[in-house]
Design a binder for this molecule. Structure first.
Ligand code: G3P
Ligand code: CA
Length: 246
């Protein structure tokens, strides 16, 4: 990792521009690319296993069908996560959060865990994720994020010291107010709705701004030069190259 004032690079669902999203292959590629951290999405199976998958169904990213929360871990594990709308033809599994954390223990990366509670409710997911982080003693490398304000407020109620980030993608949102309301120390905004002035208003209040999903080298350069705290990108290799050449 490089000096503190550099824009940190997080691989969005792993290096998902190069490998199937949210797979161990994508996370390992992100590490190889030299990024600072990975971003991943967490949901829960019918039998209570925390799995790393973006959508509330397995339809888009695997060769199966159905809601994550209505399938057992065994059923999800039997699917191919390298079958993504004919984009990929690889053989990959949907990882458990345990599997990723076990790997993270030996690899010095930050990890942004997004709790996917915005479309489907998983009662107690906040506690489950905190328990898993504690089990692997990874709290000092974690960032917890969600689109769901109630999830962020629940994490606050639970008294965690792990930094929290509020995610948003709609124009017209006041990011510093959103962070304050949810007791988040950071904002993860869709890059299309962020402006330098909004970023600066957050910075004045000590709120970190990270943008997703920044993939274009020119945009990466522009935001890095403007003093962005972090980028969440599908192409950590590109971001790393841009940062090196600043
Ligand atoms: O955390 C930023 C980003 O991951 C949120 O959007 O849809 O890719 O999970 P999404
Ligand atoms: Ca995400």
């Amino acid at each position: 990792m490089e000096c503190d004032n550099m824009t940190q690079i997080f691989a969005h669902r792993g290096a998902s521009g190069i490998h199937p999203e949210n797979t161990m292959k994508a996370f390992k590629e992100a590490y190889k690319a030299g990024c600072d951290g990975i971003e991943l999405d967490v949901q829960r199976t019918k039998d209570g296993v925390l799995v790393v998958i973006h959508d509330e169904t397995v339809n888009r990213t695997t060769n199966g069908k159905g809601m994550v929360g209505k399938l057992t871990y065994k059923e999800i594990r039997s699917l191919n996560a390298g079958y993504n709308k004919r984009k990929w033809f690889t053989h990959d599994k949907v990882p458990t959060l345990d599997e990723v954390f076990e790997w993270l223990k030996g690899n010095n990366l930050l990890c942004n865990v997004e709790l996917k509670t915005d479309k489907v409710k998983y009662p107690g997911l906040e506690e489950d994720v905190l328990q898993k982080i504690a089990q692997y003693s990874l709290s000092d490398r974690m960032i917890l994020s969600s689109f769901n304000l109630q999830t962020l407020m629940r994490l606050h109620e639970l008294g965690t010291s792990i930094p929290k980030a509020a995610i948003y993608s709609k124009k017209g949102v006041n990011p510093s107010l959103l962070a304050q309301t949810t007791n988040a120390s950071a904002i993860h905004a869709n890059h299309r709705v962020m402006t330098p002035a909004l970023m600066e208003s957050c910075q004045r209040m000590n709120i970190q701004v990270r943008l997703y999903t920044l993939n274009q080298p020119a945009k990466l350069k522009e935001w890095m030069e403007a003093g962005l705290a972090g980028v969440i990108t599908d192409y950590p290799d590109r971001a790393f190259k841009v940062r090196k050449e600043l």
